[in-house]
Design a binder for this molecule. Structure first.
Ligand code: MN
Ligand code: MG
Length: 351
């Protein structure tokens, strides 16, 4: 009898049984889902492993190389989604070439999307450099993406500023809630509503004044998050992934409302479950950030929020692993970790 009880407890533990249903005495199973979120950022038109300045192969850069790490990271996880943080369309001679000479001849199909469209991205975020060649080019280029774009803090200053958007309307969806079929640790299927929200430094107004002046304005990153994250929750998002094209910035609240780098400040916004950030071309988690307040570089937690910044030019893949359990009909993140995985040995020593 004693042994049988122990065996029952062991089985209950393996199934995630946490109690009994009072009506029929059947066990209540708490489903557990492991969700892996993958991120590319600051690719800067480094699609192939090729240095256009030197006209030769360079195995330390390029989305073609990151793709191998994406495939490997996917095989390790039952459930995964991939996002891009932005600063995609400018930064190598190929980017300038496509913007100024060849996009028309390619029927608008930018090579960045020709590559990315093979990788099953869930969403893309708009980086500051996406505005470098003007709004017409941006529209033509992103129309070639087979995944949607988000940006929560960029708005039209006039009617028809971008893609028929009217005054005070956002140029892109501020956020998206996308249903994802996932499998729990017992092999049962669930539909997870994953909310994605993206941000860009409001400094785009100055940096690309020639293209944006009188047409587009940007609001503060934290301000946009505080406006939209509760809305996402109200609309049923089970988990919220923030994708700020923004570095860590000030670690002391309150952050400057117009801060270029506001990722640490975003960790204080209630409801954000993971932050896939970028813009600074650095690596997080990384030993160089060990002294930041309330930061766990072993687990990749920034003020308790799993966060990752995967370098630049495709040299790293950002990975956040979330463990979610469902209690009383509500999914909660109960454990998490973050990792920036380099595409070649020793890559992150250079950062
Ligand atoms: Mn960049
Ligand atoms: Mg940037």
């Amino acid at each position: 009898m004693h042994n049988k009880k122990i065996l029952t407890l062991i089985i209950a533990g393996a199934l995630g049984v946490t109690g009994c249903n009072s009506d029929d005495n059947s066990p209540i199973i708490t489903p557990t889902v492991e969700l892996r979120v993958l991120e590319t950022s600051d690719i800067h038109t480094n699609i192939m492993d090729y240095d256009y300045f030197k006209s030769k192969e360079d195995q330390t850069i390029g989305l073609a190389r990151t793709a191998s790490v994406i495939h490997a990271a996917r095989t390790e996880a039952d459930n995964h989604v991939l996002v891009d943080n932005g600063d995609l369309l400018q930064g190598s001679p190929m980017g300038d070439y496509m913007a100024k000479i060849k996009l028309e001849e390619w029927n608008g199909e930018h090579p960045a999307y020709k590559a990315m469209n093979t990788l099953d991205y869930a969403v893309g975020n708009i980086g500051n450099h996406e505005f470098n060649y003007g709004l017409d080019f941006l529209k033509q280029a992103v129309d070639g993406a087979n995944f949607p774009y988000i940006s929560a803090n960029v708005f039209c200053k006039i009617d028809n500023c971008y893609d028929g958007k009217m005054k005070d309307q956002p140029l892109f969806s501020p956020y998206l809630i996308i249903e994802k079929q996932v499998t729990d640790t017992n092999g049962n299927n669930h539909t997870l509503k994953i909310g994605y929200i993206g941000f860009v430094p409001p400094q785009i107004e100055q940096w690309d004044r020639a293209h944006l002046n009188g047409k587009v304005y940007a609001t503060g990153i934290v301000e946009a998050a505080e406006k939209y994250v509760p809305q996402m929750k109200a609309e049923g998002a089970d988990v919220i992934i923030a994708i700020p094209h923004s570095g860590i910035g000030s670690t002391t609240a309150p952050a400057d409302v117009s801060a270029e780098n506001a990722t640490y400040a975003l960790t204080n916004v209630e409801g954000i479950d993971a932050i896939m950030f970028g813009h600074s071309h650095a690596i997080f988690p990384h030993a160089s950030y060990a002294d930041l307040p309330n930061t766990d570089i072993e687990k990749g937690l920034l003020n308790g929020v799993p966060s990752v910044m995967p370098g630049r030019w495709g040299d790293n893949l950002g990975i956040v692993d979330l463990t979610l359990t469902k209690t009383d009909g509500k999914w909660n993140v109960v454990d998490s970790r973050a990792e920036s995985r380099p595409i070649y040995d020793g890559a992150n020593k250079k950062h």
